[in-house]
Design a binder for this molecule. Structure first.
Ligand code: CU
Length: 171
């Protein structure tokens, strides 16, 4: 796939191109050069976020997630809590090009990919004891305080109202 991120297959090539150009002007991280101009072929930077805590607290840990434009990320969403949780941020969803999302199962220390999803992702729900991965390249900077889980707890309040909120920063 010469010539970088394919405009045909992505449909967001213009936005990604603009972000890549901005990164180049700013000096960039060298990630794009290392990937030979194809931003989707970098080694992903792993970021792990816990959805809920093992003692049942409704929270994202860490509460703030930071990314840089032009880098490929592997955002691991891990749910070790007894409840299902959403990872919802319209701001993040609108600011990234998604390479794929994956369902990963860990058993006896081995990680097995059960499914992959290609195309734009809006939100992800992870069930208790499981994890998902979202691979994306941020294409626009921004600060979004809209990370939340809208699942309703037994008391009628959402997990977000119980404190399951967070912030995304794309620099
Ligand atoms: Cu939740």
């Amino acid at each position: 796939m010469e010539g970088g991120i394919g405009r045909r297959s992505l449909g967001r090539g213009a936005a990604l191109g603009a972000a890549a150009a901005a990164a180049t002007v700013a000096g960039g991280s060298g990630a794009a050069r290392a990937a030979g101009g194809d931003l989707s072929r970098q080694d992903p930077v792993e970021v792990v976020v816990e959805l809920g805590t093992s003692d049942g607290r409704q929270a994202f840990e860490p509460r703030q997630l930071r990314f840089e434009t032009g880098r490929l990320y592997r955002l691991v969403q891990r749910n070790r809590s007894p409840h299902p949780h959403y990872f919802t941020s319209e701001g993040l969803a609108a600011s990234v090009w998604t390479r794929k999302a994956q369902v990963v199962q860990r058993r006896d220390g081995h990680a097995e990919t059960l499914a992959e999803f290609k195309g734009a992702i809006r939100e992800i729900e992870v069930y208790p004891g499981h994890e998902a991965e979202w691979r994306f390249v941020p294409v626009a900077t921004g600060r979004f305080a809209d990370l939340r889980c809208d699942i309703r707890a037994e008391d009628g309040k959402t997990h977000a109202e119980h404190g399951m909120r967070g912030e995304i920063v794309i620099a």
